[in-house]
Design a protein around this ligand. Structure first.
Ligand code: F1P
Length: 360
């Protein structure tokens, strides 16, 4: 904790701990300034929403696409910007699609190339989501939802990930006229603040006392994007080997890596019944160390969890998706500190991937 108030990792620590308050102020700001209606107005009716991103922003896209369908009933999918650039016809298909271009920096080359291609060559109106104002993405996209309060000073994305996800969930609620869902989203940050205060010292203690050879993150449905972000956070912030799987896929081969040196993080959904819980129990039997992040655990989960993080939020499952990422962001941070790295500035990484000679 001391180390994180000034030296290595102090920016990421402050940015993670600020998440619930940034969520609350962002949702309030977007609603009060009529931003949802403003960005939806110039768009055209679509058969499918296509959420596009790179890195963490691609994982935002995965969770946002799932949320979009859950809240609006419309078809949605997520793709990395590179897939759109390399296989545009397959990605866009023949039906009318609505691309949502997600980029914290609004400056990532692949994303700008995608925006330029969609708007100019395909004549498709795009919606941008960014935490940086006045950047190229804002100029290229037909409309942009801007979230400057969520931007970070550190290289890795933490609060921008969760805030961009939450904002798109709120946009879905607005588009579908789902007032119940919008109200649930607004109640969530206050409850998540209490959960964050409870889980932070527990993750710090756990990460400081243990080190593993492999880190595996598992989730299904809306939690797959969150599990993917967990894998990326631990890889980026602590230079560790980390992988992601759909929970039930883990039985189909990957489980061969399980040993006491493997940390298996499960994002357990309530809506999937006991199916994922059974994988957790099996992996515990095989000798893996388990970390469970869920809303409320039953007795079997309690027994099978090496470390159990319960969020205890009283809002529907989709509305409490974003706070599930808090524990794994802190896990990446503390593992990085323990391994002697600076999680604010990971090795080989920059805040934005700019490809030389590929300017739009
Ligand atoms: C996202 C991103 C990050 C990653 C890296 C470079 O860019 O790929 O996920 O951590 O440092 O940028 P953006 O398009 O969201 O700005």
């Amino acid at each position: 904790m001391n180390e994180t108030t000034e030296g290595r990792g102090h920016l990421s620590f402050a940015e993670i701990m600020s998440e619930p308050s940034v969520w609350a102020s962002t949702l309030k700001d977007l609603e009060e300034h009529g931003r949802y209606a403003e960005v939806l107005r110039p768009l055209q009716p679509a058969d499918e929403w296509v959420f596009v991103g790179c890195g963490s922003s691609y994982y935002v896209a995965q969770a946002a696409a799932w949320s979009w369908t859950a809240v609006t009933g419309q078809r949605a999918k997520a793709v990395p910007a590179s897939e759109l650039l390399l296989y545009p016809d397959q990605v866009l298909g023949k039906t009318k699609c609505q691309p949502v271009l997600i980029s914290r920096s609004g400056h990532t080359t692949e994303m700008l190339m995608a925006a330029d291609y969609l708007e100019k060559e395909r004549n498709i109106r795009t919606l941008g989501i960014s935490c940086a104002t006045g950047k190229e993405l804002e100029k290229l996209a037909t409309a942009t939802l801007l979230l400057p309060a969520a931007d970070e000073r550190s290289t890795v994305m933490t609060r921008s990930f969760s805030t961009m996800l939450l904002s798109m969930q709120a946009l879905a609620g607005f588009a579908a006229g789902r007032n119940d869902f919008l109200q649930a989203l607004k109640q969530m940050p206050g409850q998540a603040q209490r959960a964050l205060e409870r889980l932070q010292p527990r993750i710090e203690k756990f990460a400081s006392a243990n080190e593993f050879a492999d880190y595996v993150f598992m989730g299904q449905g809306p939690f797959f994007g969150i599990a993917s972000e967990g894998q990326l956070k631990v890889a980026e912030m602590s230079c560790s080997y980390a992988q992601v799987f759909h929970t039930l896929e883990f039985r189909h081969g990957p489980k061969s890596i399980v040993s006491p040196k493997t940390l298996l993080t499960f994002f357990l959904a309530e809506s999937t019944g006991t199916s994922e819980q059974e994988v957790l129990e099996e992996m515990k039997e095989l000798g893996g160390v388990t970390l469970v992040i869920t809303n409320r655990a039953n007795d079997k989960v309690r027994q099978a969890a090496g470390l159990l993080i319960e969020l205890e939020l009283d809002v529907p499952e989709v509305a409490r998706l974003a706070p599930h990422v808090l524990a794994v962001q802190l896990l990446g941070l503390y593992l990085g500190l323990k391994r002697g790295f600076d999680p604010d500035q990971p090795r080989h990484l920059s805040r934005v991937v700019v490809l030389k000679g590929k300017a739009v």
